[in-house]
Design a protein around this ligand. Structure first.
Ligand SMILES: NC(=O)C1=CN([C@@H]2O[C@H](COP(=O)(O)OP(=O)(O)OC[C@H]3O[C@@H](n4cnc5c(N)ncnc54)[C@H](O)[C@@H]3O)[C@@H](O)[C@H]2O)C=CC1
Ligand SMILES: Nc1nc(O)c(N)c(N[C@@H]2O[C@H](COP(=O)(O)O)[C@@H](O)[C@H]2O)n1
Length: 226
Protein backbone atom coordinates (compact mmCIF):
# COMPACT_ATOMS: atom_id res chain seq x y z
CA UNK A 1 0.00 0.00 0.00
CA UNK A 2 1.51 3.39 -0.92
CA UNK A 3 2.29 5.76 1.94
CA UNK A 4 3.31 9.43 1.82
CA UNK A 5 6.88 10.65 1.58
CA UNK A 6 7.41 11.04 5.33
CA UNK A 7 10.09 13.00 7.14
CA UNK A 8 10.73 13.69 10.81
CA UNK A 9 11.90 17.17 11.76
CA UNK A 10 13.12 17.79 15.30
CA UNK A 11 15.49 19.80 17.43
CA UNK A 12 17.64 18.05 19.99
CA UNK A 13 20.38 18.81 22.48
CA UNK A 14 24.00 17.67 22.15
CA UNK A 15 23.00 14.61 24.20
CA UNK A 16 20.03 13.75 21.96
CA UNK A 17 17.20 15.00 24.21
CA UNK A 18 14.18 16.75 22.72
CA UNK A 19 12.77 18.14 26.01
CA UNK A 20 13.43 18.00 29.74
CA UNK A 21 12.80 15.05 32.04
CA UNK A 22 9.56 16.82 33.09
CA UNK A 23 8.66 16.87 29.36
CA UNK A 24 8.89 20.64 29.35
CA UNK A 25 9.58 22.22 25.99
CA UNK A 26 13.05 23.75 25.57
CA UNK A 27 13.90 26.35 22.97
CA UNK A 28 16.65 24.47 21.17
CA UNK A 29 16.24 26.05 17.74
CA UNK A 30 17.15 29.64 17.01
CA UNK A 31 15.29 31.93 14.62
CA UNK A 32 16.95 30.46 11.51
CA UNK A 33 15.90 26.93 12.39
CA UNK A 34 12.34 28.02 13.26
CA UNK A 35 12.12 29.70 9.83
CA UNK A 36 13.34 26.48 8.19
CA UNK A 37 10.72 24.52 10.15
CA UNK A 38 8.01 26.99 9.09
CA UNK A 39 9.02 26.59 5.44
CA UNK A 40 8.84 22.80 5.81
CA UNK A 41 5.32 23.11 7.27
CA UNK A 42 4.26 25.41 4.45
CA UNK A 43 5.55 23.00 1.80
CA UNK A 44 3.94 19.89 3.31
CA UNK A 45 0.50 18.44 2.70
CA UNK A 46 0.19 17.58 6.39
CA UNK A 47 1.96 17.96 9.73
CA UNK A 48 1.64 15.18 12.31
CA UNK A 49 2.37 14.95 16.06
CA UNK A 50 1.66 12.43 18.80
CA UNK A 51 -0.76 13.07 21.66
CA UNK A 52 2.19 13.27 24.10
CA UNK A 53 3.39 16.38 22.28
CA UNK A 54 -0.07 17.97 22.37
CA UNK A 55 -0.46 17.28 26.09
CA UNK A 56 3.06 18.59 26.83
CA UNK A 57 3.37 21.58 24.47
CA UNK A 58 -0.12 22.36 23.14
CA UNK A 59 1.24 23.29 19.67
CA UNK A 60 -0.96 24.95 17.06
CA UNK A 61 1.12 23.53 14.16
CA UNK A 62 0.20 26.53 12.02
CA UNK A 63 2.37 28.19 9.38
CA UNK A 64 3.64 31.29 11.15
CA UNK A 65 4.76 33.47 8.23
CA UNK A 66 2.02 35.62 6.61
CA UNK A 67 3.87 35.41 3.30
CA UNK A 68 4.00 31.60 3.32
CA UNK A 69 0.30 31.35 4.22
CA UNK A 70 -0.52 33.78 1.40
CA UNK A 71 1.52 31.68 -1.06
CA UNK A 72 -0.43 28.58 -0.07
CA UNK A 73 -3.73 30.41 -0.55
CA UNK A 74 -2.58 31.65 -3.97
CA UNK A 75 -2.00 28.02 -4.97
CA UNK A 76 -5.56 27.16 -3.95
CA UNK A 77 -4.45 25.38 -0.77
CA UNK A 78 -5.66 25.95 2.79
CA UNK A 79 -3.39 28.40 4.61
CA UNK A 80 -2.15 25.60 6.87
CA UNK A 81 -1.32 22.01 5.99
CA UNK A 82 -3.66 19.36 7.35
CA UNK A 83 -2.84 19.04 11.06
CA UNK A 84 -2.90 15.48 12.38
CA UNK A 85 -2.72 14.17 15.95
CA UNK A 86 -2.11 10.46 16.61
CA UNK A 87 -4.21 9.88 19.71
CA UNK A 88 -5.16 6.21 20.28
CA UNK A 89 -7.48 6.87 23.21
CA UNK A 90 -8.91 10.23 22.05
CA UNK A 91 -7.35 12.10 24.98
CA UNK A 92 -6.88 15.43 23.21
CA UNK A 93 -8.61 18.28 25.12
CA UNK A 94 -11.36 19.91 23.06
CA UNK A 95 -9.88 23.32 23.89
CA UNK A 96 -6.39 22.41 22.59
CA UNK A 97 -4.71 25.21 20.59
CA UNK A 98 -4.84 23.13 17.43
CA UNK A 99 -8.66 23.56 17.48
CA UNK A 100 -8.54 27.24 18.44
CA UNK A 101 -5.76 28.61 16.21
CA UNK A 102 -5.42 28.69 12.44
CA UNK A 103 -7.64 27.64 9.57
CA UNK A 104 -7.57 24.33 7.74
CA UNK A 105 -8.35 20.66 8.18
CA UNK A 106 -7.60 18.77 11.37
CA UNK A 107 -7.47 14.98 11.66
CA UNK A 108 -7.44 13.07 14.93
CA UNK A 109 -6.34 9.47 14.43
CA UNK A 110 -7.75 7.19 17.11
CA UNK A 111 -7.96 3.44 17.70
CA UNK A 112 -10.89 1.19 18.59
CA UNK A 113 -9.84 1.55 22.25
CA UNK A 114 -11.02 5.18 22.34
CA UNK A 115 -14.17 5.88 24.36
CA UNK A 116 -17.23 6.36 22.12
CA UNK A 117 -18.31 9.68 23.73
CA UNK A 118 -14.77 11.15 23.39
CA UNK A 119 -14.73 10.22 19.70
CA UNK A 120 -18.19 11.72 19.16
CA UNK A 121 -17.16 15.02 20.76
CA UNK A 122 -14.01 15.13 18.61
CA UNK A 123 -16.08 14.60 15.46
CA UNK A 124 -17.59 18.07 16.07
CA UNK A 125 -14.10 19.60 15.93
CA UNK A 126 -12.17 17.51 13.40
CA UNK A 127 -12.19 14.58 11.04
CA UNK A 128 -11.66 11.38 13.01
CA UNK A 129 -9.88 8.39 11.44
CA UNK A 130 -10.09 5.09 13.30
CA UNK A 131 -7.24 2.68 12.59
CA UNK A 132 -6.03 -0.15 14.82
CA UNK A 133 -7.28 -1.98 17.91
CA UNK A 134 -5.47 -0.85 21.04
CA UNK A 135 -3.11 1.65 19.42
CA UNK A 136 -3.29 3.57 16.17
CA UNK A 137 -2.09 1.31 13.35
CA UNK A 138 0.41 3.64 11.72
CA UNK A 139 0.88 1.74 8.40
CA UNK A 140 -2.92 1.71 7.95
CA UNK A 141 -3.19 5.39 8.90
CA UNK A 142 -0.48 6.46 6.46
CA UNK A 143 -2.03 4.52 3.60
CA UNK A 144 -5.40 6.17 4.33
CA UNK A 145 -3.68 9.57 4.32
CA UNK A 146 -2.01 8.79 1.00
CA UNK A 147 -5.38 7.82 -0.50
CA UNK A 148 -6.73 11.16 0.73
CA UNK A 149 -4.08 12.99 -1.30
CA UNK A 150 -1.53 13.56 1.48
CA UNK A 151 1.72 12.70 -0.26
CA UNK A 152 4.21 14.79 1.71
CA UNK A 153 3.97 14.30 5.47
CA UNK A 154 6.01 16.22 8.04
CA UNK A 155 6.29 14.59 11.47
CA UNK A 156 7.12 16.86 14.41
CA UNK A 157 7.49 14.22 17.11
CA UNK A 158 7.54 13.41 19.78
CA UNK A 159 9.76 10.56 20.82
CA UNK A 160 7.06 7.86 20.96
CA UNK A 161 5.46 8.63 17.62
CA UNK A 162 8.90 8.88 15.97
CA UNK A 163 9.66 5.37 17.26
CA UNK A 164 6.34 3.96 16.02
CA UNK A 165 6.96 5.31 12.52
CA UNK A 166 10.62 4.27 12.26
CA UNK A 167 9.87 0.81 13.68
CA UNK A 168 7.31 0.29 10.93
CA UNK A 169 9.69 1.46 8.18
CA UNK A 170 7.46 4.45 7.38
CA UNK A 171 10.09 7.21 7.53
CA UNK A 172 12.01 8.33 4.46
CA UNK A 173 14.19 11.10 5.92
CA UNK A 174 15.11 12.58 9.32
CA UNK A 175 16.17 16.21 9.80
CA UNK A 176 17.61 16.99 13.21
CA UNK A 177 18.92 20.32 14.38
CA UNK A 178 21.42 19.73 17.20
CA UNK A 179 21.60 22.83 19.37
CA UNK A 180 24.56 23.77 21.55
CA UNK A 181 23.12 22.74 24.91
CA UNK A 182 23.03 19.68 27.15
CA UNK A 183 19.71 18.68 28.73
CA UNK A 184 20.62 15.38 30.39
CA UNK A 185 18.33 13.12 32.40
CA UNK A 186 17.82 9.41 31.85
CA UNK A 187 14.07 9.85 31.43
CA UNK A 188 14.11 12.95 29.21
CA UNK A 189 12.67 12.08 25.77
CA UNK A 190 15.16 11.53 22.97
CA UNK A 191 14.67 11.85 19.23
CA UNK A 192 13.42 8.25 19.14
CA UNK A 193 12.28 6.40 22.28
CA UNK A 194 10.08 3.27 22.40
CA UNK A 195 11.55 -0.14 23.17
CA UNK A 196 14.44 0.24 20.73
CA UNK A 197 15.85 -2.09 18.06
CA UNK A 198 17.84 -5.27 18.55
CA UNK A 199 21.33 -4.99 17.11
CA UNK A 200 20.44 -7.15 14.11
CA UNK A 201 17.54 -4.90 13.08
CA UNK A 202 18.89 -1.38 13.53
CA UNK A 203 18.04 0.77 10.50
CA UNK A 204 20.96 2.57 8.92
CA UNK A 205 20.94 5.92 7.16
CA UNK A 206 22.97 7.79 4.59
CA UNK A 207 23.93 11.38 5.33
CA UNK A 208 22.33 13.85 2.94
CA UNK A 209 23.94 16.96 4.42
CA UNK A 210 25.53 18.50 7.51
CA UNK A 211 25.32 22.24 7.87
CA UNK A 212 26.58 24.53 10.65
CA UNK A 213 23.72 26.68 11.91
CA UNK A 214 23.30 29.06 14.86
CA UNK A 215 26.03 27.49 16.99
CA UNK A 216 24.71 24.01 16.25
CA UNK A 217 24.40 21.70 13.27
CA UNK A 218 21.56 20.59 11.00
CA UNK A 219 21.85 16.96 9.94
CA UNK A 220 19.73 15.47 7.18
CA UNK A 221 19.56 11.69 6.92
CA UNK A 222 17.97 9.32 4.44
CA UNK A 223 16.86 5.95 5.78
CA UNK A 224 18.43 3.20 3.67
CA UNK A 225 15.37 0.95 3.58
CA UNK A 226 13.07 3.83 2.56
N1 LIG B 1 12.41 19.29 20.27
C1 LIG B 1 11.54 18.90 19.37
O1 LIG B 1 11.76 19.01 18.17
C2 LIG B 1 10.24 18.29 19.80
C3 LIG B 1 10.08 17.88 21.11
N2 LIG B 1 8.92 17.26 21.49
C4 LIG B 1 8.82 16.79 22.87
O2 LIG B 1 8.49 15.40 22.86
C5 LIG B 1 7.78 15.10 24.06
C6 LIG B 1 6.59 14.25 23.71
O3 LIG B 1 7.03 12.98 23.29
P1 LIG B 1 6.21 11.69 23.76
O4 LIG B 1 5.82 11.85 25.17
O5 LIG B 1 7.01 10.52 23.37
O6 LIG B 1 4.86 11.80 22.96
P2 LIG B 1 4.45 11.68 21.40
O7 LIG B 1 4.07 13.03 20.93
O8 LIG B 1 5.47 10.94 20.63
O9 LIG B 1 3.13 10.83 21.50
C7 LIG B 1 3.25 9.47 21.86
C8 LIG B 1 1.88 8.92 22.02
O10 LIG B 1 1.28 8.74 20.74
C9 LIG B 1 0.31 7.75 20.84
N3 LIG B 1 0.37 6.74 19.79
C10 LIG B 1 -0.72 6.23 19.20
N4 LIG B 1 -0.40 5.28 18.35
C11 LIG B 1 0.93 5.15 18.39
C12 LIG B 1 1.82 4.28 17.72
N5 LIG B 1 1.40 3.36 16.85
N6 LIG B 1 3.13 4.38 18.01
C13 LIG B 1 3.57 5.31 18.90
N7 LIG B 1 2.76 6.17 19.57
C14 LIG B 1 1.44 6.08 19.32
C15 LIG B 1 0.50 7.04 22.18
O11 LIG B 1 -0.51 7.49 23.05
C16 LIG B 1 1.84 7.55 22.65
O12 LIG B 1 1.91 7.63 24.05
C17 LIG B 1 7.39 16.42 24.68
O13 LIG B 1 8.18 16.62 25.83
C18 LIG B 1 7.70 17.45 23.62
O14 LIG B 1 8.13 18.67 24.16
C19 LIG B 1 7.90 17.07 20.61
C20 LIG B 1 8.00 17.49 19.32
C21 LIG B 1 9.18 18.14 18.81
N1 LIG C 1 12.00 22.44 15.77
C1 LIG C 1 11.81 22.73 17.08
N2 LIG C 1 12.76 23.39 17.76
C2 LIG C 1 12.61 23.64 19.07
O1 LIG C 1 13.58 24.28 19.73
C3 LIG C 1 11.45 23.26 19.74
N3 LIG C 1 11.28 23.55 21.05
C4 LIG C 1 10.46 22.59 18.97
N4 LIG C 1 9.32 22.20 19.57
C5 LIG C 1 8.16 21.80 18.83
O2 LIG C 1 7.69 22.82 17.97
C6 LIG C 1 6.29 22.78 17.88
C7 LIG C 1 5.71 24.15 18.17
O3 LIG C 1 4.62 24.36 17.36
P1 LIG C 1 3.77 25.74 17.36
O4 LIG C 1 4.76 26.85 17.39
O5 LIG C 1 2.88 25.72 18.53
O6 LIG C 1 3.04 25.69 16.08
C8 LIG C 1 5.82 21.77 18.89
O7 LIG C 1 5.51 20.56 18.26
C9 LIG C 1 7.01 21.60 19.78
O8 LIG C 1 7.09 20.32 20.38
N5 LIG C 1 10.67 22.33 17.64
Amino acid sequence: MPTPFTFINAAMSIDGKISTRQRRQVRISGDVDFERMDELRASSDAVMVGIGTVLADDPSLTVKSDERRAKRLAKGLDENPVRIVVDSKARIPTNADIFRKGAGKIIIAVSESAAFDRVESLRKKAMVIMAGGNQVDLPELLSILDEMGIHRLMVEGGAGLNWGLVKNGLVDEIYSFIGNLIIGGGTAPTLIDGEGFDEANMPTCSLISAEKMEGGVLLKWKLKNA
